[in-house]
Design a protein around this ligand. Structure first.
Ligand code: TYM
Length: 327
């Protein structure tokens, strides 16, 4: 069976972009493949984290994974920091990655821009991500479009390692959806929806209240026309809202255009508010139940055991190939 691995950082709340671009697709994949879904807590400390928030957000994200429908009896859910092999492999891979390659990473450029201090962890972040993936003999990595460059680097590192030390890693393929892989910010549809945007109305978080969802959508930037038409270049705001509508209701763009012909943005937005609220409601309900049941820690413990078992095999192979003494 083919294997899938992906991860999400437990930094602040998880938004609709994370859901549509990644997590929603995890749920679909768990029935077809052997899936590992990681809470990448070690990635999140590449920028300063309040320890209490990190702790809570890590458990919250694991609960959200389950609330959206990832079933721990089908897929392995675990915390990255509970499997030391990730940090260990990241070091071996760092010694086979070039500074020039990391210098080209656009996400590092964006995240470090204008910062007074930048950690080396933020710089080597993509190598830890490569370790996450390569440790599990991963075939497919479902991610949003913003992770494409990191995936390419991961493949380059794996190919180079295999050439130098002999066949070791499977070369993973990114699974980037043709549609919805880049959900845009509601306050500026030329930028991606992002956890770090300080304007709370720029995004919809999965645990947002109906009134916050309503306000965010009603305030969403559109354009001076009134036609509901998918045209990313000229109508990025409306096109982004149509994408969300389409993914959540499985309605084609043409059908949405037809449905709202001759109607203004107001009606369309009001309907979208209802769609988003009713799509998130069952997730929020399930989330509350999971948190109250206290089952998250048990799932994470079992997940870590399974992840350790699988990753140990690959890590040992890497170490042998590189010449480390293993007793
Ligand atoms: P992170 O935590 O920033 O985002 C989690 C996932 O959400 C996707 N995403 C989006 N998709 C569509 N529209 C958006 N606006 C949007 N914003 C975010 C991301 O592409 C991602 O799939 N480096 C990764 C985490 C990671 C990882 C891994 C992923 C660490 N190790 C191994 C896959 C495999 C990240 O920062 O994701």
């Amino acid at each position: 069976m083919k294997r899938v691995l992906s991860g999400v950082q437990p930094t602040s709340e998880i938004h609709l972009g994370n859901y549509i671009g990644a997590i929603k697709r995890f749920v679909e994949l768990q029935n077809e493949m052997d899936c590992f879904f990681c809470v990448v807590d070690m990635h999140s400390i590449t920028i300063p984290q309040d320890p209490k928030n990190l702790y809570e957000n890590s458990l919250k994200l694991a609960a959200l994974y389950m609330a959206v429908g990832i079933d721990p009896s089908k897929a392995t859910i675990f915390l990255q920091s509970q499997v030391p092999a990730h940090a260990e492999l990241a070091w071996y891979l760092q010694c086979n990655t070039y500074i020039g390659e990391l210098n080209r990473m656009t996400q590092f450029k964006d995240k470090s821009q204008g910062k007074e201090v930048v950690t080396t962890g933020l710089y080597t972040y993509p190598v830890l991500m490569a370790a996450d993936i390569l440790l599990y003999d991963t075939h497919y990595v479902p991610v949003g479009e913003d992770q494409k460059q990191h995936l390419e680097l991961c493949r380059d590192i794996a190919i180079r390692f295999n050439k130098k030390f002999g066949e070791t890693f499977i070369i993973p393929e990114p699974l980037i959806a043709k549609f919805g892989a880049r959900i845009m910010s509601l306050d500026d549809p030329t930028k991606k929806m992002s956890k770090s945007n300080e304007n709370k109305y720029s995004k919809i978080n999965l645990l947002d209240s109906p009134s916050k969802i309503k306000k965010s959508i009603m305030k969403a930037v559109t354009d001076s026309e009134s036609e509901i038409r998918y045209d990313v270049k000229n109508k990025p705001g409306v096109s982004n809202l149509m994408t969300i509508y389409s993914v959540l209701t499985k309605t084609s763009l043409e059908d949405i255009e037809k449905r709202y012909e001759g109607q203004g943005y107001g009606t369309f937005k009001k309907d979208l508010v209802e769609i988003v609220i009713s799509s998130l409601e069952p997730i929020q309900k399930k989330y509350k139940e999971i948190i109250e049941s206290g089952e998250v820690e048990k799932v994470l413990k079992e997940g870590a055991e399974k992840a350790k078992e699988v990753s140990h095999k690959i890590l040992t192979d890497v170490k042998k190939k590189m010449g480390f003494v293993i007793f």
